[in-house]
Design a protein around this ligand. Structure first.
Ligand SMILES: [Zn+2]
Length: 140
């Protein structure tokens, strides 16, 4: 729950920031002159406004992509960035051991396994939580 709440918080903050930036950017543009006394929608009729909308859209998509990419490689428990990427498997022995990258939480909460070979469509990364390591040590 904490994992998804953090994502919602980041998306909300980015949305508010982009909304404010959009209001400022589009407020700075002078209104386009009316054509034959008709106020047309400036998108598609005013080049400056149309280019600004295109740049703003690309910027917004980039921010959304960066947020999702950052969130994908975070621990599901403590929200730390996953570290120590380890390449496993082989590209030459795909049937025996598929190539993938494993990331671990620095505090030992779990492992994220990301498939490098996407031959059967997009495969979601596999998060495997670890049991409490102190509990395992206490058993022995
Ligand atoms: Zn963690």
């Amino acid at each position: 729950m904490r994992y998804w709440g953090y994502l919602a918080l980041k998306l909300g903050a980015a949305g508010a920031l982009l909304y404010g930036a959009g209001r400022v950017l589009f407020g700075l543009l002078p209104p386009p002159p009316p054509v034959r006394h008709i106020d047309l929608d400036p998108f598609g009729t005013d080049l400056r406004f149309t280019v600004l909308v295109m740049i703003y859209t690309i910027l917004s998509a980039g921010v959304l992509w960066a947020i999702l990419l950052d969130h994908r490689y975070r621990c599901r428990t403590c929200l730390c960035r996953l570290r120590m990427p380890l390449l496993t498997g082989s590209w030459t022995h795909v049937l025996i051991g598929r190539p993938r990258t494993e990331y671990i939480c620095p505090y030992g909460h779990g492992t994220l396994k990301v498939e490098e070979l996407q031959s059967t469509g997009l495969t979601e990364p596999d998060w495997q939580p670890h049991e409490d390591m102190w509990k395992e040590l206490a058993k022995k």
